[in-house]
Design a binder for this molecule. Structure first.
Ligand code: SF4
Length: 409
């Protein structure tokens, strides 16, 4: 059973190499540092969670109580995170921490004004971690900010605190909330007739609501299943030592990537030295099987090569029955084959050969009667005459067959 989430898939789509570092190699990332943005996200979600949990028990707070609750959460968080607010990382050099505090209060205050008195809705759950089956083999994890019931319609709500209004990424949110329909269907199918999703862009006071249809769900589910299939195939290849299967994809998001210090695009190190990682027992067995298969193929091919060499040798002997030429070129389509006839000496009587070598005071040098040594004795050193070894050796011819490039005309 494999486990995925929308954010996991998004990492893969952004950069397959980043996916590998994070989810396969599990390369440690720098320790999490609270930033003004993450704090803003947490406080807004917690404030709205408290608000809707109170609405659900018919204890709807006044606006003053709601904002007071936010201040309570904020000072608790301040104590929890750091003594000094200035230690919280602020990516926005032109904004102070006080600017952020004002911003959060403004979002919540405007939200309250717009939605009070919160009638006609029942809250089914808030800040809920969910897990459902995408298919028989794939378990999907997600998070729902809030699930409401309004008459016979269920609505999945998601809060966004982005200061830039997303365009393309919005598709990602739509896909995410549409997929979560599967969880709702698996849990509450008989309780609703319609299902909707709603995005709240708090900074822009934009609420985007749409109906989730079976067709849209099928299309998105199919898309995610195909991406997951590709990831799973790449994982197998990677386990089989295809180290470059998860390729780096450089983009403007690289500046935020935790793995820049080891990414080959930024460090120019040979990817073989990138990260040390361990082979599982399963992958080592697969590699041994692969090695055996390759070795078997090589020995089959070697046999085939020897057989072809023999054919070329016979071809040359037929073409040149009187041994007039030493080199032959046999033409192929892209390359040729060169057959060279070369003399070779065979020792036919070892005792006589060695005795003769001793008689000629050459024992030290030629006691080793390897083919190369014997050839050297007669064909290169010119130290002896063939007549001296008449009964001990015989002369033969060997054929050297080599692939050669075609000569340019
Ligand atoms: S730095 Fe960029 S290219 Fe390299 S792993 Fe991270 S996201 Fe991918």
């Amino acid at each position: 059973m494999s486990r995925y989430s929308v954010s996991q898939i998004q990492v893969y789509l952004q950069c397959p190499l980043k996916y590998r570092y994070r989810y396969i190699d599990k390369v440690p990332t720098p320790e999490f540092v609270e930033t003004t943005d993450t704090l803003l996200w947490t406080l807004v979600h917690e404030s709205l969670q408290n608000l809707y949990n109170n609405i659900n028990i018919f204890k709807t707070p006044t606006k003053e109580e709601f904002i007071a609750d936010y201040y309570g959460l904020r000072s608790k968080k301040e104590k929890e995170t750091v003594e000094n607010w200035w230690e919280i990382l602020n990516h926005h050099a032109d904004l102070t921490i006080d600017d952020f505090k004002r911003r959060w209060e403004f979002y919540l205050s405007r939200y309250y004004d717009k939605h009070a008195p919160f009638k006609d809705l029942q809250v089914i759950s808030t800040e809920k971690q969910i897990s459902f089956q995408l298919d028989e083999w794939i378990n999907f994890l997600g998070f729902i900010d809030r699930l409401d019931k309004v008459w016979d319609t269920f609505i999945i709500n998601d809060y966004k605190t982005n200061k830039n209004l997303p365009t393309e990424e919005k598709d990602q949110y739509i896909e995410q909330l549409t997929l979560y329909w599967l969880w709702i269907q698996q849990k509450y199918a008989k309780y609703f007739k319609n299902l909707k999703a709603k995005l709240y862009f708090l900074h822009f006071d934009i609420e985007d609501e749409w109906e989730i249809t079976q067709d849209k769900l099928a299309e998105i589910k199919n898309k995610y299943l195909n991406i997951i299939k590709e990831i799973e195939q790449n994982k197998v290849q990677y386990a089989m030592w295809s180290k470059k299967i998860f390729e780096a994809n450089q983009s403007s998001l690289c500046v935020w990537c935790d793995y820049q210090s080891i990414c080959p695009l930024f460090t120019a190190i040979n990817s073989d030295d990138e990260v040390e990682w361990e082979l599982s027992d399963k992958s080592i067995v697969a590699l041994v099987d692969q090695f055996v298969e390759v070795s078997n193929k090589i020995s089959e091919l070697e046999k085939e090569k020897d057989w072809l060499k023999l054919i070329f040798q016979k071809y040359v002997m037929k073409k040149d029955p009187n041994d007039e030429k030493s080199d032959f070129i046999i033409n192929g389509s892209d390359c040729d084959v060169k057959v060279t006839k070369s003399p070779k000496m065979n020792v036919v009587d070892k005792d006589r050969f060695l005795q003769k070598v001793k008689d000629l005071w050459l024992f030290e040098e030629y006691a080793d009667i390897s083919r190369q040594n014997v050839n050297n004795l007669f064909l290169k050193s010119w130290k002896v005459s063939l007549g001296d070894f008449m009964w001990a050796v015989e002369q033969d011819v060997m054929f050297i067959v080599k692939k050669v490039s075609k000569k340019k005309k």
